[in-house]
Design a protein around this ligand. Sequence first.
Ligand code: SF4
Ligand code: SF4
Length: 167
Amino acid sequence: MFDEVKGFAVTMKRLFRPNVTINYPEERRLMAPRFRGLPALRTDPETGEALCVACGLCARICPTSCLEMHVIPSEEGDRELGEFILRAGRCMFCGLCSQVCPVDAITMSGEYELSVMDRDGMIYTKIELAAIGAQLPNWWESGSGEFDGVPDAWAGTKSGKNLLHIP
Ligand code: SF4
Ligand code: SF4
């Protein structure tokens, strides 16, 4: 009997609180600042070129070997990034790649809507990753730095309403 009363009390307590559900996808919750979505490549805002210097550290540290890069000779006789492939189906969003990158060229984006109709859709190329990375350049600062203005950066990036605090 006491349990029933306790349960009823909880129901009554919750009855007058605001809803905790939202109408996704019309409404979207603002993700936590350290949310780790799809890894993305950052680009130089002036040239549009990927910041990646093709050192290969991210591919080496990746526990699931889902990063692949093709290095080509540059015009200056050095080496530069040719292609950069992310097999997102294998990615476990650990963020190690973004933490190890010496030039912050790869970052964990806020992208989480990744469903596709076939497996090829899970393979992202350099251009696709750079397009995602270009949306918000400061999502993730080496995995340990301060977050500046992330909530502002998120605001208005998705259609519909962003909700930071759900009571
Ligand atoms: S987040 Fe982790 S699993 Fe995904 S690409 Fe980076 S290192 Fe690999
Ligand atoms: S660690 Fe950074 S610079 Fe090196 S290959 Fe990966 S993304 Fe490029």
